[in-house]
Each structure stands twice: as C-alpha cells, then as structure tokens.
Design a protein around this ligand. Structure first.
Ligand code: HEM
Length: 466
C-alpha cells in the first residue's frame, strides 16, 4: 500500500519502545545522550524550576545539602572500614591498629569516618536551628519537621553505636557510662540495658549488638527517612526567605530559575567543598585512639561521649528519674508537638521565612541565649558548692528532694516566665522561641561544663589548671 505523504509517518515498534524509555528527542552524540539521562535523574529528585530566592545561601546556609554530603562520605568510608574491622573484643582494637598502620590510606579513611560522623551531628542540629528560627516548620512543612527530628535521633544513635567500635579505653568507658544511664529508667531500664549490653558489663554481646545496629539497622533506616524528607521538601515546597517588614510571599508571582544548572551547581559546589574540607581536616587531625579497653581500669573522670555530656552533667544535679525519663520525654513531646501549636493560622500573621519571626523575636533570642548560658552556669556552681537539697529535706526520698522539688520549681518558673511574656504582648510563636532558646543554650552550657570543666571525680575544675 502506498504511504500517504500528508500524514506523519508512524515510527516502528522498537523505536517507539526505545523512545518511551529514553524520552525523545534523542540526541545524536554520546555526550548528549549522557547529559539527557543525567538530567532525567536529577529532575526525578528535584522540581524542574525553583524560586530564585530559595537559592539564597544566607537563608539555608546549605546545611541540609552539607548533611547529605557528610552522609555520603560516611557511607563510602563505612563500607571501606567494614573490609578491615573485626567486631570482637579481642580483635577489634588490633584491626583498628592494623588499619591505621598497614592499610593504604587506612588512617585517612578512619579519620574521615570519625570526623564526618561528629560533624553530621553538629550540622543536623544547626540545620534544625535554621529551620526553627526561620519558622520553616510551620504548615505545610510540619510533618517534615517530625521526619527531621527522627533523623536527628538516628544520627545521634549512629554516633553512639559507632563510638564503641575501636574498643579502646575511651570507647569502652564512654559506652559503659551511657548504657548505665539507661539502667536508671524505672520499670523498663534494666530490660533495655539487657537487650543492648546482654549483662552487667560491656563485652562481646554489646559489641556485636552495637555493630549490627551501626551497619545493618541504622543506615538503611536513615536512607529511607532521608529520601522521604527530600521528597516532602519537593511536595511541601521549600520555604522562602523574607525580610522583617516584607508581607507574605505570593508564590505564583515570584521569579523562578531552572534547577539545571542553578540549583545543581550550588549543590555540587557545597558537596565538593564539604568533601575537600573533610579530606584536608582528616589528613591533619587524627581520630582519637587510646590504649586498648581495660575493664579493670576505669579512667578518672569517666565521661560519656561529648553529645551525652549534657545528660551526664544533669545527673550530678537531679535524681536519675528526672534526667533519664522526665527531661527526655518532655523534650521529645515539646519538639514533636511544636509545629502543631506554634503557627498562627491567620495568613497575615504568617512568619515563615523571617529570621527570628520579628524584631521582638530577635531581641528575645539574644536575651534568652545569654540568660540560658548565665543562669545555667550560676545554678551549676550554686549546686556544686552550696545547695544540698537531700540534706535540707532528710526525711524525704531523694526522688522528691533532689527530683520533684527542684525540677518542679524550675518548671514553675518557666511557666511564669512564659505567662509574663504573653502579658507583655509576645505572640505564642515568640514565646516558644524565647523558651526554646533558653533551654537549648542551657543544654549547650551543661555540655560545655561537662566536657571541659569536670575533672577528677567529676569535680568542677578550670580546664587550664588540669
Ligand atoms: C541527616 C539529617 C538531615 C538531612 C540530610 C536533611 C536534609 C535536608 C535538605 C537537603 C533540605 C533542603 C535544603 C536545606 O535546608 O539545606 C532540608 C530541609 C528541611 N529539613 Fe532537613 N535534613 C536533616 C535533618 C533535619 C532535622 C534534624 C530537621 C528538624 C528537626 C529537619 C527539618 C527540615 C525541614 C522542615 C526542611 C524544609 C525547610 C524549608 O522548607 O525551609 N531536617 N533538609
């Protein structure tokens, strides 16, 4: 049959299948083909166009992207370490030593893994602070805040389980301190401790359990939640930076740029800069490694890993039930509920994208940061040298005299402070910001005191005198 020249010719079946896979038009050159495939992949993960404002680095500081870069470095170096490391008490330390001295760039790989893990925790907290202070967790991004919090917990757990791996004195005793804190949890504490440690002492069982969590359980969980987190950003849209007196942004009228090359260039630049800095740092600064673990010789002071030192410091001041149950439960509840109670639904009161919400918010953030440091340091010194609550109420159990009484008093004062701020005209979101800043800086101060100002027998010392 003769072909009708006026109708476009139907391509053959194979061509149609190929086109449906690769999406025509199909470039002729190999380079063009590669670029098309890559672009396809990128546009699966990103929207094709993004608001120009969203690319302002002084808004997000690229912290989420840096976190992803660190996560990738951790994954890559972790796989390499797994080829050499042996998770058993009599071989673990030796395998780390041989990695450092006999394996080509083994020390660099270990340093990279160690420093990236610690930095990921810091960067995740900074990213959370950015999201909090720009109100980027207000609807529609409230669920992504919850995913972020879960990620923060998983990052902390990954650091915690990894800490034990080198099986040196530092690892052994820090883990002993942290897991013994779990034992203070009423009713379930012993069972959790038994599940993780397998007995009263850290040994073969604990190392195997921690290793399994560190490489089999936590990383896949994180991959799943990070992917979901990123997908939600695309779905909820990225919040946009806004000046103090700028009205809420009409997203339909803003300038947009194409993801390729604008956003991709930024992501690549941040990723490569993170990698370069981490390599440079890890070339010069070694990850700590002390003598092999010796269960018979605890160091004095025996300290938890730095990110748990805030809790260890709190244990010196409050009854363990307050530190291991009440404070974590209240903190988790507060942070998880925050996005559902913080935002004002009236569109004209929307503060998303404004750093510190308002002028009052800025003042409150600065004042409460200073107050958080000053008051906490003063209370620690007061409790160390003068205050003796169990001595003051000898007939009461310590869970009351050193728990309910001081902690209840602090909660009551915080409640009054919150109420006074409201009476003076602060919005709910500004009051939450004040309280969050106060408590966050209090925890940072406790951590700094625990890490630097505690010496033998956990007594207060000046770091430069030890
Ligand atoms: C492993 C940890 C994390 C990774 C890899 C990660 C990754 C990212 C990335 C790439 C972005 C977009 C760009 C940016 O803001 O830099 C983002 C945004 C966001 N993240 Fe995370 N994140 C992590 C942890 C957290 C935490 C701890 C929170 C809060 C508790 C959080 C809450 C959010 C929210 C609400 C957004 C949307 C921000 C907006 O639209 O302005 N993320 N995250």
């Amino acid at each position: 049959m003769e072909h009708d020249q006026s109708q476009p010719r139907q391509p053959g079946l194979l061509t149609r299948i190929r086109r449906s896979i690769w999406r025509e038009p199909w470039p002729e050159t190999d380079r063009g083909r590669m670029r098309l495939t890559l672009n396809d992949l990128i546009l699966h993960l990103h929207a094709p166009r993004v608001p120009r404002r969203a690319l302002r680095v002084t808004y997000s500081y690229g912290l989420g992207i840096i976190a992803i870069a660190l996560f990738l470095i951790l994954g890559f170096t972790g796989v390499l370490l797994a080829f050499v490391y042996t998770p058993s008490p009599d071989k673990a330390y030796a395998s780390i030593l041989s990695l450092q001295s006999q394996v080509w760039i083994g020390a660099l790989v270990r340093n990279l893994h160690h420093w990236s893990g610690n930095l990921l925790l810091i960067v995740s907290v900074l990213h959370m602070l950015r999201v909090f202070y720009t109100a980027a967790f207000h609807p529609p991004r409230e669920f992504n805040w919850l995913l972020g919090l879960s990620l923060l917990v998983l990052v902390a757990l990954s650091n915690f389980t990894g800490y034990l791996m080198p099986w040196d004195q530092l690892a052994y005793w820090a883990t002993t301190i942290s897991t013994s804190m779990l034992g203070y949890i009423p009713l379930v504490g012993d069972s959790i401790q038994h599940f993780l440690v397998g007995g009263s002492e850290i040994g073969e069982f604990a190392l195997r359990t921690f290793f399994a969590f560190h490489i089999v359980v936590l990383p896949p969980l994180m991959i799943i939640i990070i992917s979901y987190h990123l997908w939600r950003i695309r779905k909820d849209t990225f919040s946009l930076p806004r000046g103090l007196d700028e009205p809420p942004i009409d997203r339909r009228r803003i300038e947009r740029v194409t993801t390729i090359p604008h956003l991709i260039t930024l992501e690549l630049a941040l990723g490569l800069a993170t990698l370069a800095l981490m390599i440079a740092w890890s070339t010069w600064v070694d990850a700590p490694l002390e003598d092999a673990a010796n269960p018979a010789h605890p160091p004095n002071p025996a300290k938890a890993a730095w990110y748990f030192m805030g809790f260890q410091e709190l244990l010196l001041h409050f009854h363990p039930v307050i530190v291991t149950v009440v404070i974590p439960v209240l903190t988790a509840a507060g942070l998880f509920l925050l996005p559902y109670v913080d935002a004002d639904p009236r569109p004209e009161r929307d503060v998303t994208g404004v750093w510190f919400r308002s002028r009052r918010g800025r003042r409150l953030a600065a004042l409460n940061a200073l107050a958080g440091i000053g008051v906490t340091a003063a209370l620690v010194v007061l409790d160390e040298f003068w205050l003796d609550l169990p001595g003051l109420f000898p007939s009461l159990p310590t869970v009351i005299s050193n728990g309910a009484i001081p902690f209840g008093a602090i909660l009551w004062l915080l409640g009054v402070y919150y109420w006074v701020l409201g009476r003076r005209g602060a919005t709910r979101s500004e009051r939450n910001l004040a309280l969050f800043t106060l408590l966050f800086m209090a925890f940072v101060t406790l951590t700094v005191i625990g890490v630097f100002f505690r010496g033998e027998n956990m007594a207060l010392v000046l770091p430069w005198t030890t």
